[in-house]
Ligand binder design. Structure first.
Ligand code: GRF
Length: 200
C-alpha cells in the first residue's frame, strides 16, 4: 500500500493523496492535519471528516475549511462502517487518519483498508495501550512518555510503528500538563508520519 501511495504522488505530479480524518472529540490533531494539508508542498488533501459524535468540537474545523463531514451512529457498527466505506469509495479516499477516534473499527473494515489506516496514540507504544495513558505513566513514575503514530491492525494500538516522539515527564507534571505537552508533539508528529508513509 505504501508503495502505491508513493507511486500515485510521483506519477501524477502535483496530485495529492486524498485523506479522510476520523474524530470523536476536540479535534486538535484534525486542525493540525488541515493546516498541514494546506501547505504548498503537502502530499495530502483532506476530503472528508468522519465522526461518531455529532457534538464533536473538532467538526467546526471542517466547517471553517469547507471540508465535508459525515456523522455516523455507531450503535450498529456494521451499518455505520458500510456507510463509511461507501463515502470513502465515492470520494476516492486513499488514506484514513484516526485522530482521537474513540470507536474500535471491525476486523473486516481494517482488512478492507489494510495499510491505509493510521492512528495517533498518546504514549510510547507498546507501553500504555488503551485509555488513561498519562495517568498510568505518572502513577508508574515513568521518566519518559510521548506519542506514537502507527498503522492500524486488528489488535488495539498494536500495528506497526511509523514514528514516535519521546518527552521527559517532570516531577511537577500532572495528567493535564503531560497531556498538553504530548499533544503539542502529536501535532508535529502526525504530519511527519504521513510524509514518511507516503514516501516509503
Ligand atoms: C490525542 O491525544 C490522541 O493521541 C488520542 O486522542 C487525543 C485526541 O485529541 N488518540 P484531539 O481530539 O486531536 O485534540
Amino acid at each position: 500500500m505504501e508503495i502505491r501511495l508513493n507511486s500515485m504522488v510521483q506519477s501524477t505530479g502535483l496530485k495529492k493523496v486524498k485523506c479522510s480524518v476520523f474524530i470523536s472529540g476536540t479535534g486538535s490533531n484534525l486542525k493540525s492535519l488541515i493546516h498541514f494539508s494546506k501547505k504548498k508542498n503537502s502530499p495530502i488533501s483532506i476530503e472528508l471528516i468522519i465522526s461518531d459524535n455529532a457534538n464533536a468540537k473538532g467538526l467546526k474545523f471542517g466547517k471553517i475549511f469547507k471540508i465535508s463531514n459525515k456523522v455516523f451512529n455507531f450503535k450498529n457498527r456494521l451499518i455505520a462502517e458500510k456507510k463509511i466505506i461507501s463515502e470513502i469509495k465515492k470520494k476516492k479516499i486513499k488514506l484514513i487518519c484516526l485522530a482521537g477516534f474513540m470507536k474500535i473499527l471491525s476486523k473486516s473494515f481494517i482488512k478492507n483498508f489494510k495499510g491505509k489506516i493510521l492512528n495517533i496514540h498518546p504514549s510510547l507504544l507498546p507501553k500504555y495501550k488503551g485509555l488513561y495513558t498519562h495517568k498510568r505513566a505518572i502513577l508508574n513514575r515513568e521518566k519518559y512518555s510521548g506519542c506514537t503514530v502507527h498503522f492500524v491492525s486488528s489488535r488495539l494500538d498494536s500495528g506497526k510503528i511509523i514514528l514516535q516522539k519521546k518527552i521527559r515527564i517532570s516531577k511537577f507534571d500532572t495528567t493535564k500538563s503531560l497531556a498538553r505537552k504530548i499533544l503539542i508533539q502529536e501535532h508535529k508528529l502526525y504530519p511527519e508520519a504521513i510524509r514518511k508513509v507516503i514516501s516509503l
